[in-house]
Design a protein around this ligand. Structure first.
Ligand code: XMP
Length: 321
C-alpha cells in the first residue's frame, strides 16, 4: 500500500494541523499516549502536535541513549520548557551500549537499536504510564527507504508487516507519515517551534551510532560526538541540507611530533538536498575544509586523517550505515 504525499504550504498548514490533532484526539480518546523527543525536526514537530491534541495526556520523554550529540538533553529540555512542554529524561545508556556490544553489521546495529527503543525502553514506559499509544514522527522518506530495502529505518513497522501491538504491546500513531522533511519544517514552524529546531539539520533516529563504522562503543561515540560538534559549529553558516562526521573502523599511519602515530580517520560529509531522496556533496570552499581538518586533528586525540566525501546520493547514502 503506497502512502500519498501531502505537500504543505502556507495555505494548507492550518488545515493539516487541525485535521491531525482531531485524528489524534479521536484515536487516543480519554487515554494516555507517550512520545520520545530527540530534539530533531520530526520528533519536535510531533511533540507539539501531540500536546495540542492531548495536553497533559501526552507524556514526553527524552531517551538518553548515550548516542546523542554534545549537551543535547539539556538544550532540548530548556527549549521545550520555554514552549510549556514538560519533558522527562530516561537514562537508558547501559541498555543501548549493551545491545550494541560486538555488532558490526549496519542492519544488525539498526535492529539492535530498534529492539532496545521499542521493546525494552518504551515497553517499560508504556507499562509504567498506562499508555496504550506511542506517537512518533515517522516521515515518508523513512518509509520509502525501508520498503525499498535500502536502510531499515529504526521507526518503520507496519509497512514491513510488523504489528506494533503484537510485537511491543502498544499502538503507534504517525501523523507526519505523509510528509517529507520540507513540509515537516513548515508544520513545526506553524506550531511555534523556534527556528533553531524547525530549521535544524536532520539527525538520524539511531543517532551517532549511524556514524560509527564497525562496533559502537562509548569511547568511539565520544570521538564522533566531538567531531560532530566541530563540523556543526564550523558549517553552521553554510546553507546545506545536512552535515556530519563519521568515524571509520580502519586505522591509518600518521606522523606526529616526528613519531609514527597509527590513528583514527574521520570522514566529513556535507549535503545539498531538498528531501534526502537524492543529494549532492556541497562544494565547500577549501579554506573551510582546511579549518575543519585542522581543528579535528588538533582537538581530538588519536585522529590522524580527515577526508571529505565527494560522492552524490545515489550511490552514496547520507549517513554511513
Ligand atoms: P540516508 O542515509 O538513508 O538518510 O541517505 C536519509 C535521511 O534520513 C536520515 N536517517 C534516518 N532518520 N531514522 C531516522 O529517523 C533512521 O534510522 C535514519 N537513517 C537515516 C538521514 O540523517 C538523512 O537525513
Amino acid at each position: 500500500m503506497s502512502i500519498e504525499e501531502i505537500i504543505i504550504d502556507d495555505h494548507n498548514v492550518k488545515e493539516f494541523v487541525e485535521q491531525k490533532t482531531a485524528e489524534i484526539s479521536v484515536i487516543v480518546g480519554d487515554g494516555i499516549a507517550i512520545n520520545a523527543l530527540s530534539g530533531g525536526v520530526d520528533s519536535s514537530t510531533v511533540t507539539m502536535l501531540g500536546h495540542k491534541a492531548l495536553g497533559e495526556r501526552l507524556k514526553t520523554y527524552f531517551i538518553q541513549n548515550g548516542l546523542m550529540r554534545k549537551d543535547e538533553p539539556q538544550k532540548v529540555l530548556s527549549i521545550f520548557k520555554e514552549l510549556g512542554v514538560n519533558v522527562e529524561i530516561i537514562d537508558a545508556q547501559d541498555e543501548f551500549f549493551d545491545a550494541l556490544k560486538g555488532i558490526t553489521d549496519p542492519e544488525e546495529k539498526r535492529e539492535a537499536i530498534t529492539q532496545t527503543f521499542y521493546k525494552k525502553v518504551f515497553g517499560k514506559l508504556v507499562q509504567e504510564s498506562g499508555a496504550k499509544f506511542l506517537l512518533q514522527g515517522t516521515i515518508l522518506t523513512d518509509v520509502d527507504e525501508t520498503v525499498a530495502g535500502i536502510k531499515r529505518q529504526h521507526n518503520v513497522f507496519e509497512q514491513l508487516g510488523i504489528d506494533p501491538q503484537k510485537a511491543f504491546g502498544y499502538r503507534i500513531i504517525e501523523p507526519l507519515v505523509q510528509l517529507r522533511k520540507d513540509s515537516v519544517r513548515k508544520v513545526g514552524k506553524y506550531l511555534g517551534l523556534p527556528a533553531s529546531i524547525f530549521d535544524r539539520i536532520p539527525f538520524p533516529g539511531p543517532a551517532l551510532a549511524a556514524r560509527v563504522i564497525g562496533e559502537v562503543t562509548p569511547e568511539k561515540i565520544e570521538i564522533v560526538r566531538q567531531a560532530t560538534h566541530i563540523v556543526e559549529t564550523e558549517l553552521a553558516h553554510v546553507s546545506a541540507f545536512q552535515y556530519l562526521a563519521i568515524l571509520h573502523q580502519d586505522k591509518v599511519t600518521g606522523v606526529r611530533d616526528g613519531k609514527r602515530d597509527f590513528g583514527m580517520q574521520i570522514e566529513i560529509r556535507c549535503w545539498d538536498s531538498i528531501d534526502a531522496r537524492i543529494a549532492e556533496p556541497t562544494r565547500l570552499p577549501y579554506h573551510t575544509l582546511d579549518k575543519l581538518a585542522n581543528r579535528i586533528v588538533n582537538e581530538i586525540p588519536g585522529v590522524v586523517s580527515v577526508t571529505y566525501n565527494i560522492t552524490p546520493k545515489p550511490p552514496s547514502t547520507i549517513e554511513a550505515i
